[in-house]
Design a protein around this ligand. Sequence first.
Ligand SMILES: *[C@@H]1O[C@H](CO)[C@@H](O)[C@H](O)[C@H]1NC(C)=O
Ligand SMILES: *[C@@H]1O[C@H](CO)[C@@H](O)[C@H](O)[C@H]1NC(C)=O
Ligand SMILES: *[C@@H]1O[C@H](CO)[C@@H](O)[C@H](O)[C@H]1NC(C)=O
Ligand SMILES: *[C@@H]1O[C@H](CO)[C@@H](O)[C@H](O)[C@H]1NC(C)=O
Ligand SMILES: *[C@@H]1O[C@H](CO)[C@@H](O)[C@H](O)[C@H]1NC(C)=O
Length: 324
Amino acid sequence: MYRGAVLVSVAGLAQLASAGLYPGITTDNHTCALVDPVLSCSCKATPDKVADTCCTETYGGLLVATQIWNTFTGLESKGQIYPKNHWTIHGLWPDFCNGSYTQYCDLSRQYDPKPVPNTTDGTPHGTPVPPYTGEPIDKWFKPYGKLDLLAYMNKYWVSQYDPNWVFWAHEFSKHATCYSTFQTECYGPKATEHGDLFEFFETVIKFQRTLPTFKWLSKADIKPSNKTAYTLSKIQKALTKEFSLVPFLGCSGPRYNETEAGKGSKDNGRTVLSEVWYYYHVYGRPQEAQAKKLAADASGGSLSTCAKAKDAVWYYERSKGSEQ
Ligand SMILES: *[C@@H]1O[C@H](CO)[C@@H](O)[C@H](O)[C@H]1NC(C)=O
Ligand SMILES: *[C@@H]1O[C@H](CO)[C@@H](O)[C@H](O)[C@H]1NC(C)=O
Ligand SMILES: *[C@@H]1O[C@H](CO)[C@@H](O)[C@H](O)[C@H]1NC(C)=O
Ligand SMILES: *[C@@H]1O[C@H](CO)[C@@H](O)[C@H](O)[C@H]1NC(C)=O
Ligand SMILES: *[C@@H]1O[C@H](CO)[C@@H](O)[C@H](O)[C@H]1NC(C)=O
């Protein structure tokens, strides 16, 4: 019933009613000063049980801090390159407690020039998500004194093929609009424009800073190599040791049994390491980053799309000129 955006066009009310997730909440009293932090996805964390959906995540309570490993950006000539010795940010997703998710929950905050999917529920019958045609959102940081945030994002939240801001806008509009705690009304009657957007980006960074995947792998002698492939279980073990619970590992590229090395094998997992997803529940507002770690399979998700065979997974070195 709360899914999708509700756009109300009654003159004068448009501003108040524009946020899509929980229409009708007011802008007052969302500092959360009176509210003891409730753990998302606990039985107390439902919209009818909590005092304030701005103070407890009641919509997308299974947080997923996601990172990417790619070898090139495609925009090196424009100076868009990866930070050496770091995995880069993908996003911070508000999955439903059962591991499924929805997207583009508030079309009044649609800044994604290339919405994927192009309807809110991904079916042809869903509400269309119109492509954003406004100015690049990286123009918004300077007037708010946030060039340091922009600098961090340009360094650690790097897009492939598109300018970085397109990726950030995609992550914000597709995912962040599906948090009850980032709903516009939570920011008060005199909220600064884009305060929710900046705070989301800052929250993503809080999680990212606690997740040095590159370093964790290096400690176990798992370093990018174009000569030696690794075994999935060894990568899982290395990250589990540091994070304390097992994250999801995503692979792309050819299936193992379609490669020369895996010929005749029954293992059809993919062979190019490209994603790691760390799972959490969160106490109170995600903005405070008081998170409880979870194993990736705790909410029904799978642990990996990578091949499980010995030495089947490639953790490739980045291309020359694609990092600094
Ligand atoms: C919340 O805001 C309303 C409207 O401004 C005010 O009347 C009310 O006293 C406030 N409630 C609390 C608990 O502060
Ligand atoms: C998962 O939870 C969401 C939100 O409560 C619900 O809409 C959806 O139907 C659930 N999906 C499954 C497969 O149970
Ligand atoms: C969404 O994309 C599909 C496939 O490209 C296209 O056929 C469809 O018309 C698009 N729908 C909307 C609402 O843009
Ligand atoms: C790869 O493995 C899958 C699953 O075990 C199997 O169905 C498929 O036939 C295999 N493909 C090849 C080319 O061996
Ligand atoms: C390593 O291999 C990947 C995948 O083929 C390629 O994109 C990359 O440029 C290579 N890196 C180096 C330093 O050769």
